[in-house]
Design a protein around this ligand. Structure first.
Ligand code: SF4
Length: 732
């Protein structure tokens, strides 16, 4: 008699008949996996696989990378430029010349009437670095508006701000290899298995080789929290209290690294004075973690020979985002955990090339981490581009989150959105909708013409995607990797690089500034601008060939560097990018300024990513298996809270906040505490109808994760109608 497996037929995966593999890099998240695209005998793309020789992913991919080849021909791709007089008219197809001419003349008309800054540009973290550099040239050097930002303000601005305040410069100082060396890892608001699956796999592999404590700080029992040795279910947005209290214990018990603090930091006395107020006995009441646990984790962290912190949106998307990052840096500086193997402050970045936009797009400054506020930097770039330095503003303009209120007040009249979808991604969507309707002129440049924000545009530019172009990305650990051009752009879409170059020709300075014809030449310009002994962001030793040979190279990689490996860590010599060369210890006092649960709105609303989807689902929502595994807007709710309200598993409920309402399906789970609900942020008419999005004062990043809602049961007779509303908020 046959039992079990021997009776079953093995699963057969259909033969893909791959004839050739082409090297490229994933275009979704910031992990930066190396991918090979498989082409059949007819040069048709049939599959993707992880590159086995790549340091980052060692042959592995998550579900998004495995199915990435399906996005080239997925529904909704833009085929031709579109134009219309008013946003509610019907779009007409037009030529590229007409679309570009109309846009250029509208920009000039608005600027002539209302001033240069009345036209704003909002970019993304999705383009190639060379495209960011070129967009920066166009926006800063030709159009000349100071209201220019990236959607990275929604995800990484607090990390940038915190790094600059602590270390004098942006740039994550650590790398994935630190998992192999650390003796303690503390993860703040970072759910690696769903957000960054391949980094999680790297961490798990390191833990299998050598056990070390994993401490997870998150109000929700995330997948990472389930694997943790210690989970701290913290009260939302009180990380600063917890860290201050840990430092209180560390100083009081003499566990700090006195030698490192004296040699490489400044401000320790002010920091000590502040954290003296954060005795765990008192702090426990604010952060919701009991005093013994605070002491325990402080001792584990400080006594570890090397300890590291990672964080993601749980820290950044908060009114204390920048402070949270600076305080994590404080913790690592006082314990001597910066710039050594296994000892670091590593922000896990969001979008595939959020780092590239930080480095080269000129959104918040000038190329190569240069500052608009620095006269020498303005002159350096103006001389290189061949324009008058006075053309540049002397300080940064509005962030993305301030651009929309400026539309409301009439300060901004025109807007160009590049690969960003604020009608799904911004908090308080009812307000964003009204702002977009108020614009005199909106141009949307995107791979997909059915992206929600395009409903409000006057001109649409169809853009090429991923391996339809060539250029670089920089990942979370400062690794520059290459996307090869594997196939031509879809229909009459064009690479963003081409679109920026063509637009530049329509402006006066576009005739003065050199705009290279191909991305490799733009990369050479960036290399030139990066070279310098005092610069951490130095890519002058890289070439496209070397990048492919190394499967990505970490910066700094200076001219004359041997081989194909860059520096894995920054600040190994304890010298920082501040004027004194010492890192700043910054006292962070906690101010409780978020919207809180109350009688009318008794639940915290938390949001985040699920593994199958990326951002606003413009791509993953159309890829069969990504969508199939997570098709519906849902809400995690604690069974005890549901029982009190008479709410059943898998029924529909209405959520209401002070901004709006949304209909979601209930998933009962102990992952969330009794006074909190969690909703994935990817779906269109859903969580951001409810969010408030108060802004961090330094980074201007919104607090997506801290607002309050109430939950209303929908009667059985109305469940079918609720299901229809819920279905429509999927966007397609
Ligand atoms: Fe792409 Fe990120 Fe998945 Fe790697 S982990 S395959 S970079 S989405």
């Amino acid at each position: 008699m046959l039992f079990g497996r021997s009776k079953r037929k093995p699963i057969k995966i259909p033969e893909k008949k791959v004839q050739e593999w082409k090297y490229t890099t994933c275009n979704y998240c910031s992990v930066g996996c190396s991918i090979e695209i498989g082409l059949d005998a007819d040069k048709k793309i049939v599959t993707t696989r992880g590159h086995a020789g790549a340091d980052v992913n060692r042959g592995k991919l998550c579900i998004k990378g495995l199915l990435e080849h399906e996005l080239f021909t997925s529904p909704g791709r833009g085929t031709e430029p579109l134009i219309r007089e008013r946003y509610f008219d019907k779009f007409e197809k037009t030529t590229w010349d007409h679309a570009l001419d109309t846009t250029a003349s509208k920009i000039k008309e608005i600027q002539a009437k209302y001033g240069r800054d009345s036209f704003a540009v909002v970019s993304t973290g999705q383009l190639m670095t060379e495209e960011f550099y070129t967009l920066g040239k166009l926006t800063r050097g030709c159009i000349g508006t100071n209201n220019y930002d990236g959607n990275t303000t929604l995800c990484m601005a607090s990390a940038v701000s915190g790094y600059k305040r602590s270390f004098g410069s942006d740039g994550p100082p650590g790398c994935y290899d630190d998992f192999e060396h650390t003796h303690c890892l503390m993860a703040f608001g970072s759910n690696l298995p769903e957000q960054h699956p391949i980094i999680y796999w790297r961490l798990k592999e390191a833990l299998e080789k050598r056990k070390f404590p994993l401490i997870v700080i998150d109000p929700r029992v995330t997948m990472l929290a389930q694997f943790a040795d210690i989970h701290l279910p913290i009260t939302p947005s009180t990380d600063c209290v917890l860290i201050n209290s840990m430092m209180h214990v560390i100083f009081k018990e003499g566990l700090h690294d006195e030698a490192y603090i004296n040699a490489h930091t400044q401000g320790v006395e002010e920091l000590k004075a502040l954290v003296a107020d954060y005795d765990p006995k008192i702090a426990q009441h604010a952060c919701g973690i009991d005093e013994d646990t605070i002491r325990n984790v402080a001792r584990i962290y400080a006594k570890a020979p090397a300890a590291m912190s990672i964080w993601t949106m749980g820290i950044n998307q908060s009114t204390h985002g920048s402070d949270g990052v600076a305080n994590i840096n404080n913790l690592n500086l006082v314990t001597g955990n910066i710039g050594k193997p296994g000892g670091t402050s590593l922000s896990i970045t969001g979008q595939c090339n959020a780092m590239g936009t930080r480095e080269w797009s000129s959104c918040s400054g000038l190329p190569g981490y240069r500052a608009l506020e620095n006269e020498h930097h303005r002159k350096e770039i103006a001389d290189f581009w061949g324009i008058d330095p006075e053309f540049f503003p002397k300080k940064r303009g509005l962030a993305q989150t301030d651009i929309f209120p400026a539309i409301e007040t009439g300060e901004i009249k025109g807007l160009w959105l590049v690969a960003t979808n604020p009608m799904t991604s911004m908090p308080n969507l009812p307000r964003i909708r009204k702002a977009l309707e108020k614009l005199d002129f909106l141009v949307v440049q995107d791979v997909y013409e059915d992206v929600e924000t395009n409903q409000y545009s006057h001109v649409y530019f169809p853009a090429a995607v991923w391996a339809e172009k060539q250029g670089c990305h920089t990942n979370t650990e400062r690794r520059v990797n290459l996307i090869s051009n594997v196939l031509p752009p879809y229909a009459n879409s064009k690479p963003d690089f081409w679109i920026f170059n063509q637009m530049a020709k329509r402006f006066e300075n576009g005739k003065v500034i050199h705009f290279p014809e191909d991305t490799e030449e733009a990369f050479e310009e960036m290399k030139h601008l990066s070279a310098g002994a005092d610069r951490t962001l130095d890519i002058s030793g890289m070439t496209y060939e070397k990048i492919i040979a190394g499967r990505g190279i970490q910066w700094p990689f200076r001219k004359g560097s041997e081989g194909v490996k860059g520096d894995p860590r920054l600040y190994t010599d304890g010298k920082f990018q501040t004027p004194s060369g010492k890192a700043n210890l910054i006292p962070i006092r906690f101010i409780n300024n978020n919207e809180q649960p109350c009688n009318d709105y008794p639940f915290w609303l938390n949001s985040g990513r699920v593994v199958e989807h990326f951002h606003t689902r413009t791509r993953t929502g159309k890829i069969g298996n990504c969508n199939k595994f997570s098709p519906t807007p849902y809400m995690e709710m604690n069974p005890d809270a549901a029982h009190e309200l008479g709410i059943m598993h898998q029924t529909y409920v209405r959520l209401t906040s002070r901004r709006g309402d949304a209909v979601v399906m209930v998933q009962l789970t102990q992952r969330v505490p009794r006074n909190m609900v969690f909703i994935p942020f990817h779906f269109h008419d859903c969580v951001n109808r409810l969010t408030l999005g108060l802004l961090d004062p330094y980074s201007r990043q919104p607090a997506f994760k801290q607002c309050s809602v109430r939950i209303e049961r929908i009667e059985a007779a109305n469940q079918a109608e609720a299901a229809r509303i819920n279905f429509e908020s999927r966007n397609f």
